[in-house]
Ligand binder design. Structure first.
Ligand SMILES: [Zn+2]
Length: 127
């Protein structure tokens, strides 16, 4: 069965790089994207220093822009109320997920102004 051996050899050289996670050729790799896309993961990257971080994020395959607000020092119920206020200010929809407020669209300046107006320390972060 020389042919099989040969075809395997051709296979491995022709496909080039191998994915370190699944061991398959990169072209045939089915691993989930390594790009950071989950807001929850990024929350941990910010220190809990009482400063609210406002960050623009691109969500999903269609590249929808959202404004993510991290580190709001409020309990769940108050956080929901706070999110509601921000959504009204921005005139946009949104949600609260894992303690992070998400507002549809890029409203960083509006959010920053409103948060500061309410007496919190806040700054723009990331891209
Ligand atoms: Zn892979």
């Amino acid at each position: 069965m020389k042919a099989v051996k040969n075809s395997r050899l051709v296979y491995s050289t022709a496909t080039g790089r191998i994915c370190p996670q699944c061991g398959r050729p990169v072209a045939a790799c089915t691993c989930p994207s390594k790009k950071k896309s989950k807001a929850g993961k990024q929350t941990a990257a910010y220190p809990k220093d009482g400063t609210i971080r406002i960050q623009r994020e691109i969500k999903g395959r269609k590249g929808k822009t959202v404004t993510a607000i991290f580190g709001v020092p409020l309990a769940d119920k108050e956080l929901q109320q706070f999110a509601k206020t921000l959504k009204q200010r921005c005139g946009a929809g949104g949600s609260v997920k894992d303690g992070v407020i998400i507002i549809q669209g890029d409203h960083r300046q509006t959010v920053l102004t409103e948060i500061k107006k309410q007496g919190y320390s806040a700054k723009l972060a990331g891209g």
